[in-house]
Each structure stands twice: as structure tokens, then as C-alpha cells.
Design a protein around this ligand. Sequence first.
Ligand code: GDD
Length: 398
Amino acid sequence: MRLELPARAERFGANLFYQVQKIYELDGGLHLDDEFSSPFHVIQQIPQDKLHEIEQDMAIVIPVKDERLRLLEGVLCGIPHACMPIIVSNSKREHVDRYAMERNMIDTFCRYAKKKYVIAHQRSLELAELFRQGDYPHLLDEEGLVRNGKAEGMLAGIVLAKLLGKKYVGFIDADNFFPGSVFEYSSIYAAGFAQSKTPYSMTRIQWHSKPKVVGSDLFFAKWGRVSRITNHYLNMLLSHYTGFETELVRTGNAGEHALSMPLALLLDYTTGFSIETYHFVNMMEKFGGILDCPYPEVLKAGVEIFQVESRNPHLHEASKGNDHIREMIEYSLAALYHSKLCPANAQKEILLELKRQKIIGKGATPVIAHRYPALINMNFDAANRVADWAKHSNFVPA
Ligand code: GDD
């Protein structure tokens, strides 16, 4: 890949939030090009061999809930061979067993592709047992099973990736129409990690565009309703502390993102669709130098957050309606509103925004989302004894 160097960044304590990087070539050549040995350039090359090296250590978690099998198959097809897909499904098991259908399709696909994979049902006893034995009961509900929700599926995915010895974990939604964009997202994740100078890093994707049919034409929209609002308030929080207005944060709701395992294990998470916004808030809380940080080694090494603009348009299943959008806005802004870092004037603005959007009424405050403490304190050795997840992964020798 050939992409811009991230020349500008906002620093917030130990966090370095880099500006959005533009990609020049998706395939930037197999090996390092001599021309890049000169320090005077604005573009960097991350050769294919470097991307491949990182992809071997990366799992791609696909959260699924009752999506069309054809779309899920397209997503599998876009994941580079070296990356291990981990499918965490919360699809129906009753009446029509959608999960069994997914398993069949994935198994056949991976046998043909001779690819390892892991699949788990979010509500399975085995997955719940992993958290019980690992002494991380926070994710379990009153039935003793992993709670419903996309964020919860993502957490389960992180834990499976850790048990499989992966160093990086990326997320790609299952309802993506373009395998080419899935391939691009995976390469971008690897490119982010290739640039990183610390063990604690994250790569977030800013979609190039989201095509929509307007009248009889295609319109390539850049910003969704939710991300426009979330980014504005995240930038406001950042500006409040730095004293300089900024628009640098562009990926407040990036469902497509990847984390290095050491960072993934240190962050706290929130439920629902606030999870991606809360990454920013939690990094500012934990590593911003304002609140106490229990991890001095992270403050020393620093945390790097890369934002990269993809080149493929992003096309996914049609929006799930106005209520879904409103819920996403409320949860995203709630993540900011309830943070100890959120100043009173920003809280006031958030309340006004939520009232303007008719999401909350007069006198109400945004929902308090369920929080999950960092996974670092989980007992992975005990969890590992529940099942040999590597054995669960299908592998067909060549
Ligand atoms: N395992 C699991 N469990 N997966 C789930 C669940 C669940 O309870 N609920 C939804 N999913 C899966 C869906 O099948 C899909 O693959 C993915 O999670 C995203 O869910 P959507 O409901 O399609 O989300 P969206 O398209 O509205 O929003 C996406 O994009 C936003 C950015 O615009 C999500 O990725 C958001 O998190 C993101 O902020």
C-alpha cells in the first residue's frame, strides 16, 4: 500500500490521534522500494510482504445477526487468506436455524478455500463457560449466557482472538456488499499496525463514501447522520482540553476498526452502538494524563490511533430505520456525556442536540450504557482450558 504519512496529529496525554490518511495505491509493491529510503517524501510505502506478515497475526471478527448468507460469504471471500476469520453469531436458532445454515455455508466455503476459521454462537453454553472459567462474569446475563448485542459479540471475538494467540484483532460487519472493500479494510488494518511505533495502537476506517440512489442517480454521500454528530462532539471534547479547535476526529462511529491485542485488552467497553465512540472517550480517560492511569508502561510507550480513508465505496444492508439511527446517536453521545472528562458546557450542548433530534425530552438525560471492565484481568489460562479453540478451527490440509 502507498499512503500519506500522517503529518498532523492531536496529542491528548499519551494518545496520538493522527489525521485521516489518504491511500494512493492499494497494492504498493511486493518489497520495500529503494526510493523510500530518502527521508524527503510525503507518501510512505508499506510493501505487500510487510502487510502479509501482520495479517498472519491478525484475526478478523465478523459479528453476525440474521444477515443474508450471500453477504456473509462475500465478506469471507474478501478476507486475506492469512487472516483468521472469527465469526460470532447471534442468529436465530428456533423455527429456522439460521446459525446452522451459517455454519454449513462457512464450513463449505473454508474447506474449498482451505482456510482456518472459528465460529461460535453468542448464546452457546461453551462461550459462556469460557467467561465463567475466565472469571469475567460481566458479560453474562441472568441466564448465565453471553448478553445479546453487537458490542458483546465483539468482546467475545477479542477473547477468542487472544486465546488463538493473535496479536491484532479487526472487525468487519457481515452485511457488506463488496468483498473488495472487505479486502481493502483488512489491508488498511495491517497498514496501520505496520506504521505503529508502540504496542498500543488502533486503526479506524473512514469510509470513502456510502452510495445512495437519489432520484435516478447515484449519490456518493460522505457523512452519515450519526457520524457527523458524534465527530463534532468528540472534537469538542478534544478542543476543550487542548485549547485549539479541531476537526481531526473523523471516525467516531467506525464499526470497521482494528486494535493491537495489548490495547484491546486494556480498554473498557460499553454496550450497544456506543462501543466505537467510547474507544475515544476511554483512551482519553485512561491515557490522557488527566484521570489516574493504572498503566504507567502505556503512558511511556504511547498510544497511536490511525484514521485511514478507504477507496472503495461502502455499501451495506439498508439502514434499519429512524429509531435505529436515533438509538445510535443517543448511545454515542451518552458515552461522552457520562464521562468524567466531559465539561459542563459540552454536556449542555449534548442535551440540546438530543432534544433537537427529539431523542430525549425536557429534563431527561441520556441513557447510561452498560460498561464492561478491561479484559486484561480475565484469567485466560483458565478460559483456555474450556475448549481448544484452535481445534475448533476447521483446517483442511492442502
Ligand atoms: N454477534 C452479533 N450479536 N452481531 C450482531 C448483533 C448481535 O447481537 N447485532 C448486530 N450484529 C451484527 C450485524 O449482523 C452486522 O454484521 C453488524 O453487527 C452491524 O450491525 P448493524 O445493525 O448492521 O449496524 P449498522 O449498519 O446500523 O451500524 C454499523 O455501522 C456503524 C457506523 O455507521 C455498526 O458497525 C456500528 O457499530 C457502526 O457505528
